[in-house]
Design a protein. Structure first.
Length: 303
């Protein structure tokens, strides 16, 4: 096959007419019947098989009405009720890429570490983070309010050298993270993790065995959000087309807006200072808004 044909129920048989087939073969689960070198299938028997398969999936994992009606395409192929072209069952999500801080990882220990390093109380640091969040400023500005002119990158390296930077541990992940990522993969989604983090954090995420197909950080890529270059790199890195990739994050200005501008689909999770404060303002910008990452797989499947 061409390598882009669906392999799980998360993918609604998008390529029922595979453009790369060189001879008659049989597709997964015999849903489509034989594939011809012209890329056309779609006998009435094939149509019945596809409808039966969609119906079984709907009963198993989808809310009522989750799949489109299967119709006969103009070339003889099968395609969904949405007018997206005769070579497609429907345009679906293939890849889900997650931000790290306050999306997968609770940053509480990190901010407590900064408070201790800069000599202020955790309460003061939390209040300053809240203040810059409410003003729509960068989180790092909370550190610069304590120490004006602070070079955050340089100071972070000093913390690491002094053994004062806490290492990421399993309990730093939000409780829904492992189950949500595992469910996305079970349903056939390619799962990536990419955020504004150091290479050290990226290595630690891999060491902890996070259930993801790929993990990358801004330091490894040499570009950070919200720079468009970050999302251009992400699109090269993930296997899907632009409109088949969802970027999931907590920060509207760093995650949702630039990802959408790059042509990606977006999901905003309501947690962390930015997620709670700004989620309602961006409901019309993000494709999905969730309170828990475990809500997302079913929303993506039924979209």
């Amino acid at each position: 096959m061409c390598g882009r044909c669906p392999t799980g129920p998360a993918v609604s048989w998008r390529l029922l007419n595979c453009p790369s087939v060189t001879g008659p073969i049989t597709c997964h689960a015999n849903v489509c019947g034989p594939w011809a070198s012209t890329g056309t299938v779609g006998s009435s028997a094939d149509k019945a098989l596809a409808e039966a398969f969609f119906a079984s999936l709907k009963r198993e994992i989808l809310p009522a009405g989750g799949w489109p009606t299967i119709t006969q395409g103009p070339s003889g192929g099968l395609w969904g009720g949405s007018p997206v072209g005769h070579a497609y069952a429907m345009r679906v999500i293939q890849c889900v890429v997650f931000d790290v801080g306050e999306t997968l990882v609770d940053d509480t220990r990190e901010w407590q570490g900064w408070a201790d390093w800069l000599g202020v109380s955790p309460h003061t640091m939390s209040a300053l983070v809240g203040a810059v969040t409410a003003q729509g400023r960068d989180n790092a500005d909370a550190l610069r309010l304590v120490r004006p002119g602070l070079d955050v990158g340089e100071e972070h390296r000093a913390r690491v050298a002094a053994g004062h930077a806490p290492e990421l541990i399993d309990t730093d992940f939000y409780p829904d993270v492992h189950s949500a990522l595992e469910e996305h993969r079970r349903l056939g989604f390619w799962v990536g993790v990419a955020g504004n983090q150091t290479a050290r954090v990226g290595a630690r995420l891999r060491e902890l065995g996070l259930p993801a197909d790929k993990i990358a950080t801004s330091e490894e890529w040499g570009v950070a959000k919200p720079d468009p270059g970050f999302f251009a790199r992400l699109v090269e890195w993930a296997p899907g087309e632009l409109e088949e990739i969802v970027y999931v994050g907590d920060h509207p200005a760093n995650d949702v807006v630039p990802a959408r501008a790059a042509g990606l689909r977006t999901a905003l999770v309501r947690r962390g200072p930015w997620g709670y404060l700004w989620a309602d303002d961006y409901r019309g910008v993000a494709d999905w808004v969730v309170d828990d990452l475990t809500e997302l797989p079913q929303l993506l499947i039924s979209s």
